[in-house]
Write a protein that binds this ligand. Sequence first.
Ligand code: B3K
Ligand code: ZN
Length: 843
Amino acid sequence: PQPIYLKDYRPPAWLVEDVKLTFRLDPTATRVLSRIRFVPNPDAPGAFKLDGEKLKLISAAIDGVPVEPEITDTQLTCKTPDGPFTWEAEVEIDPQGNTTLEGLYMSNGMYCTQCEAEGFRKITYYPDRPDVMAPFSVRIESDLPVLLSNGNPGKRGDAFAEWIDPWPKPAYLFALVAGELVAHEDSFTTAGGKDVDLAIWVREADIGKCAFGMDALKRSMLWDEQVYGREYDLDVFNIVAVDDFNMGAMENKGLNIFNSAAVLASPETATDANFERIESIIAHEYFHNWTGNRITCRDWFQLCLKEGLTVFRDQQFSADERSAAVRRIDDVLALRARQFREDNGPLAHPVRPQSFVEINNFYTATVYEKGAELIRMLKRLVGDNAYYEALELYFARHDGQACTIEDWLAVFEDATGRDLSQFKRWYSQAGTPRVYVTEDWRDGSYTLQFHQETPPTPGQDEKRSLVIPVAVGLLAQNGSELRGTEVLELTSREQSFTFENLPERPVPSILREFSAPVILHRNSDKAERLFLLRHDTDSFNKWEAARGLMKDCLTGMALGENTADEDLLSALADVLRDDTLDPAFRALVLQQPSEDDIAQTLFEANTTPDPTRIHQVSEQFANAFAAHAEGSLASVFTAMKPEGVYAPDAQGAGRRALLNASLTLLSRRDGGERAAEQYDTADNMTLQLGSLSALLRVGSGISQLERFYDQWADDRLVLDKWFSMQVALATPGDAARIATDLAEHPKFDWKNPNRFRAVVGGLASNAAGFHHASGKGYDFVSDWLIRLDPVNPQTTARMSTVFETWRRYDADRQDLMRAALGRIQSSPGLSRDTGEMVARILE
Ligand code: B3K
Ligand code: ZN
């Protein structure tokens, strides 16, 4: 397949004025009738072409006269008048036979759609590109009780429903749902006084799991009014929960469709982490209404225009609703685990890629999370006021348009007068920049010397200097602040900043709040890090100090150079006991760097990581800390015992995080006695799962696992946890076997992406198990990817990234991983999606 290039973009030759669709639903033979008003684009005359895939054309007509178009596997062409005309077509599609979960498909007896990025072409012939925007009206004919589409409800009759969406939209935002569903309803009055009917549609058994999502939706609507001045623009807002879904959720205009795991929650069935994720996804999809839907992308290369911005907005929302400091640490943890890993391997690509084979492969951590970091940096560089002025201008200037990154940066240049041409390199240059810092102290002046460098990435050998905002604070030896946070702007390769007239030599706190997505290199000794852990007023850097210490200690242990460091263990115990600190923060400090993180760190230091050894030393470190701090752990565990009824708020969640963290460590001492007790008394999933995983980690929990299964056998989402935790927490030698056994379980429905991810993804998340020297982990995962690919290419392609780190490892493991990738690559009829990924990984 040929790649598509950003530089080849051409505007559409034909524009759409209006779309009318009729659906006659049938599981295997749905008829879709379209009536589309086309007008020539005066700026870009050209031939008439429509996209279409897997469609059976029944009839077509232009201005009422039947025509016989030419059809290939992907396109339709036809002779047309030179001026405006009305296109009518009838096609037949097979929703039940559509296992790709893209286009119109069926999930547990209900009809639903997923069109982004290019799924609408599996529904009818259409110019399926985001720069063609049009108002849609839809008629659904079916006996099913609930019939939904985008926009406002129109006529409703016996076995049909009509929907009118007045806002011009690209086809990727089209949605349709039909099924036996019930609604959890509520309403919201906008600042402008418009009453909006809200509903979350679910199967009857799930009606008790909607309240939290609804509350999150209303808070999101209010927040977007208060912070960005954005009001909702339709009479209804519908959310539907679907069991079979390739990702988290989709922002279809007025009809968001969610993976049920990303919306359904009750205290008994969902953990605090689930609640938090649901809140942020609901917010994210809702915020797309302005950043994505009202203003959309000109082409798919501009994906970060809507995704980076919307992730940034949902991060701001979560920071406001919960603890900003804790959220920032969580966001950086996720960025490093996913985006840094991607940016430092064969799949590295710019936030705005220049080419792709399959666009679905570019819904990545780089486009989303690094894209959000770029907005965060921009805001820091121009300041808050200018940021919100620029956003006002963006909404005013581009409402109803399909835009580019150039449009986005122009509003900032126009609002602030600042030249952003160097900043723009962040969008086209892949790779994680390294920032090296050294210092100089003389006669009361303190100088920080910076050097920036971005390593080569596939297809990009030469890197240019970036604009990097580095937030810096200076501390006095007694721990007080000598200088509050200032933002230093790095623009060249080498650059120094001097602070004059200081009464004493300061201790620097660099890259506060993680002000740029870079890897900071500074030869700071243990004493300085211990000092920052104790005194830094920036909570991100306080946490970062502990992280750096633990990473150094663990990598040293992996190389056989040292053992668990007593000073570090004491410092961690001090944080554990410090009840002036937020419990959620304390839990984050105690969390050890992941085994994957340690492997990446060793690899960057030019040593070959040994996953088995890394696992052993991670265990040793946890055991050493549990022994060192046993008494404190026991008192904190008691102090964090739940008070009152469960509420999924930040405070309660923070206490439970620290409770479970203490329990997990204590189980290494008491053989799981406390955990077994907590398991028996837990009245919410956070405590139940926390105790069960503590038991599994110490090689116990067999009977609890059985009881867990019996209790939750009928709850899909909880059962996913049962599947994944056994694999994810298995010992390295057992993991592949347990995964293999579970894949034989009658409830292992491998066509369901959540269940597939639970087991196959669960194994890949068990670093030492996946990378076991026998190669059984690689075989298990690759066998399943080969099996899933013909059924669901998108989920297969996404999961193939578990192999992206093959270059890190020793020759034997490299051979095994490459062999696994080779088997995938040579499986007959491999999808374009997976084919592109595997080729890039192996390149
Ligand atoms: N825009 C969708 C993602 C679509 C993925 C297509 N493969 C969800 C989101 O980012 O909000
Ligand atoms: Zn999004």
